[in-house]
Ligand binder design. Structure first.
Ligand code: GDP
Length: 394
């Protein structure tokens, strides 16, 4: 009996000794790794660690020791870029009207004063025509406006300020085209996104307008993919990347000097794969030779059309460049089938009449206007708001 009890006791003690040493061994095989990867133990930021260590420190961040202070947890988290929610396009031109009034009022006020003057003789009519031409409205349109006004003043037999303003408003609206369809075609068709190509001479605000347009569309609830096909300027790609990142629009880009057509093709493919609503392709605008430009833009368009039709070719034009800008616009219009004009920097010129001239010259409507350097300073063009801003008295 005693011997049996003794035997059991020996077995229990032996089991306890073996079990205890096993626990010690297994603890040692796990603990050092954990201890070494603790960020607070080394004091080093996780980004300084080599790739394989970084994985482990990430694991350490994912399952932090219970006693880790929350402040350090925050410090190692990668900063998420905050997405912006741009305002919708509706009412934008009204909001930006003051920018127009500031630069255009001398033109509008000059005309109103002349028309309301006591003597409306030959010299005054000439002055009215000159004022219109100075505002870049174009010789033909200026002559037409003066002709119509002369007749109407005679018929009216009065030069009451309000009546004169109403008459001038009507004439300007007639020249601009109050009922013209100015919608930018951005709606997807079937399972394909709408494709917009943005073209124009460097410096006109092409990349900025592409970025601003993406914001307009995102603000209106659309999903957008951007194509950085101006591969000749690394800065343009970076610029577009920034615009895209701010509103969560993916930017398809390649290295500097890559084939612009292949970037445009990939952007449209990405748009189709993502089920995006609209793809906007920013193109290069070097006016080196007309043939070079023609080849390049023509190729971009052809290659894109292997994937999807091009719905809109927007020509970006700088309102401050006058006749020079118009000459350049003509070259582009010969090269690609321009469907709309984005007139930039209208905030910085008193020559808003360029709207009339460019539409007459190119036969396509101004669809968008740039009214400042701010991200939301691009507006769908509204002729009535434009004319009212010109003729505003306050
Ligand atoms: P790109 O070379 O044609 O792509 O021209 P960018 O997009 O780089 O623009 C050239 C400059 O024009 C930048 O400084 C823009 O901020 C500025 N810009 C673009 N649109 C407008 C506008 O509507 N108003 C003003 N004031 N500046 C603008």
């Amino acid at each position: 009996m005693d011997i049996t009890l003794l035997a059991i006791l020996i077995i229990v003690v032996a089991l306890l000794v073996v079990g205890g040493s096993f626990l010690v061994v297994s603890r040692r095989s796990v603990a050092p790794g954990k201890e070494e990867t603790k960020p607070e133990a080394t004091g080093e930021p996780p980004t300084a660690a080599p790739v394989e260590d970084r994985d482990r420190s990430a694991e350490a961040v994912a399952t932090p020791p219970a006693q880790a202070p929350p402040a350090e947890e925050e410090a190692v988290k990668p900063a998420e870029p905050e997405l912006e929610t741009p305002p919708p396009s509706a009412g934008r031109m009204v909001r930006l009207r003051a920018r127009l009034a500031r630069s255009q009022s001398s033109f509008g006020q000059g005309l109103l004063n002349l028309l309301s003057s006591d003597t409306l003789d030959e010299d005054t009519w000439e002055e009215i025509e000159d004022t219109l031409i100075t505002a870049d409205i174009g010789v033909t349109s200026a002559a037409q406006i003066v002709d119509h006004l002369r007749t109407r003043v005679k018929v009216l037999g009065t030069r009451d300020t309000d009546e004169v303003r109403a008459m001038l408003r009507e004439e300007l609206l007639n020249q601009i085209g109050a009922d013209t369809d100015r919608a930018v075609r951005t709606a997807p068709h079937g399972d394909r996104p709408a494709v917009i190509m943005v073209v124009g001479v460097n410096g006109t605000g092409k990349t900025t307008t592409t970025g601003k347009l993406a914001r307009v569309l995102v603000g209106d609830g659309r999903s957008v993919v951007l194509g950085a096909a101006d591969t000749f300027r690394a800065a343009a790609t970076e610029q577009l990347q920034t615009w895209g990142s701010r509103v969560g629009a993916p930017v398809v880009r390649k290295e500097e000097g890559a084939d612009p057509a292949s970037v445009a093709f990939d952007a449209v493919s990405r748009g189709i794969d993502d089920g995006a609503d609209t793809v906007i392709v920013d193109t290069a605008g070097r006016l080196h030779t007309k043939t070079g430009l023609m080849d390049e833009l023509g190729k971009v368009k052809r290659v894109v059309e292997k994937k999807s039709q091009v719905d809109e070719v927007l020509l970006v034009l700088d309102a401050t460049t006058g006749q020079n800008g118009l000459r350049q616009a003509r070259v582009f219009a010969e090269v690609v089938n321009v469907t709309g004009i984005a007139l930039t920097k209208l905030d910085g010129t008193a020559k808003g009449g360029i709207i009339v001239q460019v539409q007459r010259e190119l036969g396509v409507p101004v669809k968008l206007v740039g009214l400042g350097e701010g991200p939301d300073d691009l507006a769908p063009f509204d002729p009535e708001v434009f004319v009212d801003a010109i003729l505003a008295t306050d």
